[in-house]
Structure formats: structure tokens, C-alpha cells
Design a protein around this ligand. Structure first.
Ligand SMILES: NC(=O)CCC(=O)C(=O)O
Length: 265
């Protein structure tokens, strides 16, 4: 890819709760569909907790031990197809603890970053079953600095700002965000893009889990806050082209980072 222009594919998939076997097969099928599209993606992103869904009562038995199965699948795919992958997040077992963990792979299949969700979402009982991460998720993809946040994390602007201050020009957000909070989803993602003058690439799942309905509406938002591409509520692969030169242009147009006065707040 050119240094500045990327084609991204967002795999807005349904997740079968508590059935990793089905979900690993489905992810592999969708990855193949994404790579065979007319415009080859430079980067593919998956949604949150795609291996198990929120099967929290069985999560200890279902979680991927140290993410080994996930890493093996996604690493082989990224290497074979020379594509960067932001692997959504999965339920990961590490010792006695379960984490909601994201892995990023470069075009050689190397894991270049991992991040475990810091803010656990009480409305979905995450804090009862999962352990929170203790470090932020920064990465470098094809020479561009980026950041990773997971779903509920987008309600915490401090985290996005910290990633932006560490050089991120693009923020990746896998999610399992349900109705009736579409307005929050769109507004918070747009705010993170505008205030940090960076791209936001957010991939949400679709489908239902018990009485909870996930609405999709995955989206790519540019550093000016315009929605470049937005999904509907069905399973789909969303594509968008992003131009990273726009980040510097917008930062030049309104010099927010130069005008910050952190000594007063
Ligand atoms: N999986 C999540 O973190 C959901 C977050 C959410 O729905 C919210 O409103 O925040």
C-alpha cells in the first residue's frame, strides 16, 4: 500500500454464543471473503469477543488458552495473504484469569501488539468474570502509529487522548455494542475522532444473544468527524479507503494539540 492510503475491511459478523468451533470456522470463511474482494484490503478488523460471545458463565472452559488458537489462525492468514489484521478481541485464558484481549498482526503474521480491555462493562457483567488489562494498546502498522480500544473503552476520552498523544493517527475499536444505544455509539466514536483528529475504525457485531440485539453499524470516521462508511444491521463486510495524510491536514487546520493547556486541567 502507499504509505498514506489504506483499504480497510471491517468484518461485521454474527457471533454464536458459547460455540467457539462455529465462530472460528465463520471467521475463517469471512476472512477469505474479505481478501477475495475486488479491492484487496491492506487491513482487516474483527469485532469484540468473537470466539465465545458473552457466554460468561462458561467462559473459563471456552476461553482460548493464551490466545494460541486465535494467534495461530490469524497469523497464518495474515502471512499467507500479506495483510494486516486487527483481530477483534477474544476471551483469553491466562492462568486462572480470563481477559478480553485484542491481538494485531502485521503482513508477516507477526503479533505486533496485544491489548486487554481496561474498562470492564458492568451492564454485561464483565467485571464478575473477567480481569481488566493494565496497559494501553499502542501499535505501529506499516509505519503508522495507531491505538487499540475495546467497546466500552470509548466512553473514556482520556484513554483515546493518551493514545493520540503517543502518536496514534488511527484508533481501532472492536465492539459488541447493543440496542438501544446506537446514538451513544455513533456520538462517542465521532467525538473521539474529532477531538483527537484521527481516524476511527470501529467494528461491531450483529445478531442476538438472549434478549440482547447487537446493531452492527460498524463505521470508519475520518479525522474531521465525517463518517466515511457505515454498516447496516446485517452480517456484512464493510470496506473503506482511508487517507492518512488527512490527519496532518486536519491537525494543521485546527491546531488542537498545540493549543492544549494541560497545566490548567
Ligand atoms: N461490550 C461492551 O463493552 C458494551 C459497551 C456498551 O454497550 C456501552 O453502552 O458502553
Amino acid at each position: 500500500m502507499s504509505e498514506q492510503k489504506w483499504n480497510v475491511s471491517l468484518i461485521q459478523m454474527d457471533v454464536t454464543i458459547g460455540q467457539p468451533e462455529k465462530n472460528y470456522i465463520r471467521v475463517e470463511q469471512l476472512l477469505h471473503e474479505a481478501i477475495q474482494a475486488a479491492t484487496k484490503p491492506d487491513l482487516i478488523i474483527l469485532p469484540e469477543m468473537w470466539n465465545t460471545g458473552y457466554a460468561l458463565e462458561q467462559i473459563h472452559a471456552l476461553a482460548d488458552e493464551q490466545g494460541e488458537r486465535t494467534k495461530s489462525l490469524l497469523s497464518a492468514f495474515s502471512q499467507t495473504n500479506q495483510v494486516n489484521i486487527i483481530g477483534g478481541s477474544i476471551a483469553e485464558r491466562r492462568g486462572d484469569q480470563i481477559y478480553n484481549t485484542m491481538y494485531a498482526f502485521d503482513r508477516t503474521g507477526t503479533v505486533v501488539a496485544e491489548y486487554s480491555k481496561i474498562h470492564l462493562f458492568r451492564l454485561m457483567d464483565e467485571e464478575k468474570y473477567l480481569t481488566e488489562g493494565d496497559r494501553i494498546g499502542s501499535l505501529n502498522i506499516d509505519g503508522t502509529q495507531a491505538g487499540m480500544m475495546i467497546c466500552y473503552d470509548i466512553r473514556f476520552p482520556e484513554l483515546a487522548r493518551k493514545l493520540a498523544l503517543s502518536g496514534a493517527k488511527i484508533l481501532f475499536v472492536p465492539a459488541e455494542w447493543p440496542h438501544p444505544r446506537l446514538h451513544h455509539w455513533r456520538t462517542l466514536l465521532t467525538a473521539r475522532a474529532i477531538e483527537n483528529q484521527m481516524y476511527v475504525v470501529a467494528c461491531n457485531r450483529v445478531g442476538t444473544s438472549g434478549t440482547t440485539a447487537f446493531f452492527g453499524h460498524s463505521m470508519v470516521i475520518d479525522p474531521w468527524g465525517e463518517i466515511v462508511s457505515e454498516g447496516a444491521e446485517d452480517e456484512a463486510i464493510l470496506t473503506a479507503s482511508i487517507d492518512l495524510a488527512l490527519v496532518s491536514e486536519v491537525r494543521g487546520r485546527i491546531p488542537v494539540f498545540e493549543d492544549r493547556r494541560p497545566e490548567h486541567y
